[in-house]
Ligand binder design. Sequence first.
Ligand code: SF4
Length: 62
Amino acid sequence: MKFVVDQDTCIGCGACEGACPEVFQMQDDGLSKSIEAEIDAALNDSAIEAEEGCPVSCISHE
Ligand code: SF4
């Protein structure tokens, strides 16, 4: 799985980093970004938890 944060919608709450810091990291601009590579399958559950917990639903995966 690969995850993407919509930079136009993210409000910088930090919840995703809290749920799955291996995949989502807050940037200097105050918004979250996901790692661009395919993630380790062991991280799928926590990354999906982060996606589902995003208050503005701006995380998606493929
Ligand atoms: S949980 Fe959503 S709104 Fe909050 S920092 Fe992460 S991507 Fe942005």
